[in-house]
Design a binder for this molecule. Structure first.
Ligand code: CA
Length: 236
């Protein structure tokens, strides 16, 4: 299940999208214009956005650019007019992950959303991953190399710590299985000093180190017994 923000000014289409995506098992929140969409994005954490481009108050393209400045890793699917080739190109250049032209088929929307959400959970997707933590600042990770920052301060992470944290951030609020971490490590074995040590004991050691490095950051790594680990924000 994903929490989706549906931004569409056409009442009928907006309600229809919310109903269908709800039936598909998603949690949905709706916004009828760009300004309300920004309010929702500031108040809640979403896994993805369905964004109409033609919107009152703040248009969809402005909302898209606004999203990309703040929530780099948030997947966005744009809805454009059938003949809006320029809109589609502009939208993709502005950071949309996918698009559909109106009128669209609901099953295709669900399939594209599903694919977009799966991709967004891969640690290597996109240019960087980012978590906003209220007053505490933000955690930002480069998605391609082991670099991370807490606010403006660089976080010193080994390759494996960074891969683990990337997975946790990309799936914040959801459980990341041990196997997911171990397979991510195997896929990217650039920490030559520990290539022989990929068991779950090693994972616990890395989680412990990460917890120390994230102390006082407003983030905590919860051990979900038997399942894996979950990144949570701690209320101040
Ligand atoms: Ca519209």
């Amino acid at each position: 299940m994903a929490h989706l923000l549906i931004v569409e000014d056409d009442d009928l289409l907006r309600d229809g999208l919310a109903a269908q995506l709800g039936l598909a098992g998603h949690q949905t929140t709706t916004a009828a214009n760009g300004a309300l969409a920004q309010e929702q994005l500031e108040a809640n954490r979403f896994d993805g956005v369905v964004l109409d481009l033609g919107l009152p108050l703040v248009d969809g393209m402005a909302v898209l650019r606004w999203i990309r400045k703040r929530l780099l890793a948030l997947p966005v699917l744009i809805l454009t007019a059938r003949d809006g080739v320029e809109d589609r190109i502009e939208g993709l250049n502005a950071g949309a992950d996918d698009y559909l032209t109106k009128p669209f088929n609901m099953a295709e929307l669900e399939a594209r959303l599903g694919a977009m959400l799966r991709r967004s959970r891969l640690p290597a997707f996109g240019g960087s991953l980012e978590l906003q933590m209220g007053e505490a600042g933000r955690l930002r990770l480069d998605a391609t190399q082991p670099l991370a920052w807490l606010g403006d301060e660089p976080l010193e992470l080994t390759q494996r710590e960074w891969a683990l944290l990337s997975l946790l951030v990309a799936n914040a609020g959801q459980v990341v299985g041990r196997e997911d971490v171990l397979s991510a490590w195997k896929a990217d074995p650039s920490d030559p000093s520990d290539t022989t040590n990929t068991g779950s004991n090693a994972l616990e050691v890395y989680v412990h180190r990460l917890r120390r490095k994230l102390a006082d950051s407003g983030l905590s790594i919860r051990n979900v017994r038997g399942l894996g680990y979950m990144l949570e924000t701690t209320t101040p």
